[in-house]
Design a protein around this ligand. Structure first.
Ligand SMILES: NC(=O)c1ccc[n+]([C@@H]2O[C@H](COP(=O)([O-])OP(=O)(O)OC[C@H]3O[C@@H](n4cnc5c(N)ncnc54)[C@H](O)[C@@H]3O)[C@@H](O)[C@H]2O)c1
Ligand SMILES: [Zn+2]
Length: 389
């Protein structure tokens, strides 16, 4: 079973293909999408954690697609494939790694008809996408996310980017980047079988966010995925395909209506003002998805404080996230002031006014410009922030 969605970012349309065991036909798909023509050269940029496994499958697909041509056909030279492996870490989502990709592109003689193929989690796909956006002022690229978060979030929507150093060891996340949608997004849920459980669960937080924003039916699939993980086993993979497809569809619909994040796309930041503040204080202790789960709890209690949902409903969000295995309290006491300050530096702040995305009791979320700082404090208090500096 393969599901196909369409990504529309402004004028640019691209297929989003979701299936299991589909990486070995990547080269054939590329050729079909290109009207039967192979790219001149291919640079595969791969996450170190999947280079020997999924990266190899993708590389093999480019050599195999040539080896299996009909016997009566003249042999064609194989597509020239260059490979580059990167270690995925936020510190490595850097100018230096971007430069390495460009250097590999030069080394591999990539031209305007060449293709960059990104295989990995959001870190590697953001990096490779930004390199594709900048090399020769932009060449085509393909993204093959291998994390759940990548499939339902990072690989979708056309944003690419890297972190910049702010000095003193601090990282400015995603401060340089480009809107440069890939020619296709290919999500092979079989790759999730090697993903550590903790990273897998982190991706579920973004699915939960999508359920809150637009499709409550996603939640029933999360429970199965989180409690038994059976859907990561062969034969049960249709569940994962369904989860990825429904969750991706939420983001794609919103991106299609507001590609440049002028208004509606901001709802996808639900929980993220809180999450980014938490990550700034606990960067080594929580994964992004874990911070998002805490952020969704905080946003729900902030919403209750503003009258947009009842306290009962906010408690229910908290209980449902806890049932999925997420921590719903900060792992240690953090001063309210620190979190508030960190939230003040959040990119979603427009001018001096605080913009918060708040979930609504009956489903959906609302972008609230000029939100009262009291709501921010109510949210942080609900997850265990303590008074003080
Ligand atoms: N462009 C966007 O719109 C967008 C949206 C959301 C997030 N992001 C970015 O995505 C990044 C986070 O992405 P992520 O959560 O995928 O994290 P990640 O890229 O760090 O991957 C998580 C970990 O899993 C490993 N890994 C990846 N696939 C694996 C597999 N199949 N088997 C075993 N190990 C595997 C990686 O090496 C890494 O250690 C952040 O940098 C964030 O800024 C971008
Ligand atoms: Zn997120």
């Amino acid at each position: 079973m393969t599901r196909e969605l369409v990504q529309c970012v402004g004028e640019r349309r691209a297929p989003v293909i979701i299936g299991s065991g589909i990486l070995d036909s990547v080269a054939a798909r590329v050729r079909t999408m290109n009207g039967g023509v192979d790219p001149t050269k291919v640079l595969i940029v791969c996450d170190g954690a999947v280079d020997a496994t999924w990266g190899q499958v993708v590389a093999d697909s480019f050599s195999a697609s040539h080896a299996t041509r009909g016997q009566d056909q003249a042999p064609r030279s194989a597509v020239d494939v260059t490979r580059l492996t990167l270690h995925a870490s936020e510190a490595n989502k850097s100018i230096e790694s971007w430069q390495k990709i460009l250097a590999a592109a030069i080394e591999g003689n990539l031209d305007r008809k060449s293709l960059i193929v990104a295989v990995g989690g959001g870190i590697v796909t953001d990096l490779a996408g930004f390199a594709a956006a900048s090399y020769l002022r932009g060449i085509q690229w393909l993204t093959l996310p291998t994390t759940l978060l990548g499939m339902v979030d990072a690989a979708l929507g056309g944003k690419t980017g890297i972190n910049l150093s702010l000095g003193g060891g601090a990282l400015g996340k995603n401060l340089a980047g480009a809107f440069w949608p890939p020619s296709a997004v290919i999500c092979d849920v079989a790759t999730l079988s090697t993903l550590p459980v903790r990273d897998f669960r982190a991706g579920l937080a973004e699915c939960f966010k999508h359920a809150m924003i637009a499709d409550a039916s996603i939640e029933s699939l999360l429970a199965t995925a989180a409690t038994s993980y059976t859907s990561r086993e062969a034969g049960e993979q249709w569940r994962l395909i369904d989860l990825v497809a429904r969750s991706a569809a939420v983001k794609l619909a919103i991106v299609a209506r507001d590609p440049r994040e002028q208004h509606e796309r901001m709802v996808l930041n639900l929980g993220h003002t809180f999450a980014h503040a938490i990550e700034s204080q606990l960067s080594d202790e929580v994964l992004h998805g874990e911070a998002v789960a805490l952020g969704l709890v905080a946003a729900s209690f902030a919403s209750a404080a503003s009258g947009r949902m009842t306290l009962e409903q906010a408690r229910s969000v908290r209980a449902r996230l806890a049932a999925l295995g997420f921590a719903v309290q900060l792992p240690r006491a953090i001063a309210m002031k620190k979190l508030e300050n960190a939230a003040g530096f959040d990119k979603k702040r427009v001018g001096k006014a605080l913009t918060l995305v708040l979930p609504l009791g009956d489903g959906g979320a609302q972008i609230v410009h000029g939100a009262d700082g009291e709501l921010l404090r109510a949210g942080f208090a609900a997850i265990g922030a303590v008074d003080g500096e």
